[in-house]
Design a protein around this ligand. Structure first.
Ligand SMILES: [Ca+2]
Length: 331
């Protein structure tokens, strides 16, 4: 017995409908599984990120304890090539690796010292502040191309001072507000060297040349330089401490000839022929030391596909205690 044509047509329609429902259900199932997968990956990434933050906190505390131990064992007499400064300390963690690298951070001119009032500790005599004279001398010793040391210093002072009257050659809000986009001076100490890019005349070339010899610390004091960790790029600092009587090139030679393990004392270093011939009143030995007051630690955490970089600045106070003063995420 043959099936009527209308029945066959109805079966065909039902089959197509079923196929369409199956196709739609499959599409929904695929969408749901993609959404679940994306949400699982996101949850995993968030979990890894939270865990990396905990590792960073732990590493920060560990770095402080390690530096504290290093300082108490050595009396803060850090020298170039000592283990913590020469190579990173790496630790395997479940799912990754964590490394800590120490860095001498005392060997730099603290540009926030330019905020000091004239002749610190004395009455304002109208004299140019000592820190400003030093910064001008440093820029000259560093022989930075195409920069007028007086103008660059005046502009930097104007950026940080609270008033709105420009120094000779400097720049205040009246200059920055004419730029596109306009902005204003901070009137505050420099927080990070990258802020220098915003200041008139401080182009990337100048900032890069300054990086090895300047820093921006929360206090306005100038710390002594550690003669046993000075790098050759920091030779202008030694030239400054010798009141310019030693050229940066000659200072580089002195640093290059430093004995293994460093000098015992600043006096020992002064016995070096190149320094011994400099008149004693030009040798500002109070700017030099065999100990470190500022130590930086970089922590790199590589964990489940994440990479985190943190920089920490630790200060050794007069009692020898190590205190964290700044911590920033670099990447
Ligand atoms: Ca000013």
């Amino acid at each position: 017995m043959s099936v009527p044509t209308s029945c066959r047509n109805q079966e065909g329609v039902a089959l197509v409908t079923v196929l369409m429902i199956v196709a739609a259900m499959s599409a929904v199932a695929i969408m749901l599984s993609s959404a679940v997968l994306a949400s699982t990956n996101r949850a995993k990434a968030l979990d890894a990120s939270a865990q990396a933050d905990w590792f960073a906190k732990g590493a920060g505390a560990f770095a402080q304890v390690t530096v504290d131990q290093l300082v108490s064992e050595s009396g803060a007499k850090l020298f170039a090539g000592m283990p913590m400064l020469a190579q990173p300390m790496a630790f395997e963690i479940e799912g990754g690796v964590l490394s800590l690298t120490g860095r001498e951070a005392s060997n730099c001119f603290n540009i926030n010292s330019l905020r000091q009032s004239p002749s610190p500790g004395r009455e304002d005599t109208g004299e140019e502040p000592a820190a400003r004279k030093d910064f001008i001398a440093l820029l000259e010793a560093a022989d930075i191309d195409g920069v007028d040391a007086d103008v660059a210093t005046a502009t930097l002072v104007d950026w940080m001072d609270a008033d709105l009257s420009p120094e000779l050659g400097g720049a205040e809000d009246s200059y920055y507000s004419s730029l596109t986009p306009p902005y204003r001076t901070s009137g505050q100490p420099i927080e990070n060297l990258s802020e220098l890019y915003a200041i008139r005349y401080f182009d990337p070339s100048l900032v890069e040349q300054l990086r090895p010899i300047v820093c921006a610390y929360p206090d306005e004091d100038q710390q002594a330089f550690n003669i046993n960790t000075l790098g050759e790029a920091q030779a202008p600092l030694l030239s400054l401490a010798m009141s310019g009587a030693l050229t940066s090139e000659a200072a580089r030679d002195v640093i290059f000839q430093r004995p293994q393990g460093g000098w015992e004392s600043v006096e020992d270093m002064m016995a070096t022929p190149a320094l011994a011939q400099i008149s004693p009143e030009l040798r500002r030995t109070d700017m030099l030391s065999v100990t470190s007051s500022h130590i930086g630690v970089r922590t790199i955490i590589e964990y489940r596909g994440l990479r985190r970089i943190y920089d920490q600045l630790l200060v050794v106070d007069e009692t020898g205690a190590v205190k964290p003063v700044r911590r920033e995420r670099k990447g």
